[in-house]
Design a binder for this molecule. Sequence first.
Ligand code: PEP
Length: 260
Amino acid sequence: MPQTPAPTALVVANWKMHGSKALLTEMAQNLAAARLDSAADNGPPATQIVLCPPTPYLAPLAASLIQAGAPGIQLGAQDLSEHPEGPHTGQISAKMLADSGCQWAIIGHSERRTQCGETSEQTATKVARALEHGLTPILCIGETLAQRKAGTTEQILSQQLAPLQTALNAAQLRKLVIAYEPIWAIGTGATASPTQAQQVHAFIRHHLDTPPRALLYGGSVKPANAPALFAEPDIDGGLIGGAALVAADFIAICRATLRP
Ligand code: PEP
């Protein structure tokens, strides 16, 4: 009987407003040398790597990846406009991102929710826009420390997911990637324990009527804590911030998804 192939793990780098042309060249060369995107027996890669640099670096990063010999690594945006097009100075549409070679888009990162006042209704519209243009949305959800301490984590996550469940049909929900990013763990060095993360991931999976494409954990993932997090059954990979700016650390995290 043919074996069911192991699902491809997913590791997404969120560079936020960091980086330079020098960093993207270095990252492309190091990732190419690590051969993490090479498929065994011409099958799908064991780990799909997605890099989300600041928008001006998307095209140069794409060129560097091809030049370095890592064409399997894909690109994502860090946000997109909820509008299809029009007089929205400074915004970038899903159509433009797809046209410029992006295949993924981070949506609803907590920094956009807190710094730009983005609502869960807006993130649901952005997810729909991404899907309209063939981008895979990576929707971020997560609770604050106060909400966790008050025991309202599941309630908060349900509220963040609710507009999505009315905006999308089952086929669309199946294409979605959800990143659980507890706000208290982002950029703080305080990671959710594997048990805490697994509990929330299992909740999200059971809460949704339609299973998403993947459930990622994000929040101070480092080479040291990645293996234990990725060993949890409901954690399909990671969304990586700070550690994605250091090639050796990011490569070590990607390797941690490879189960023996
Ligand atoms: C993030 O911002 O999505 C993130 C996970 O950051 P960090 O890994 O630095 O906590």
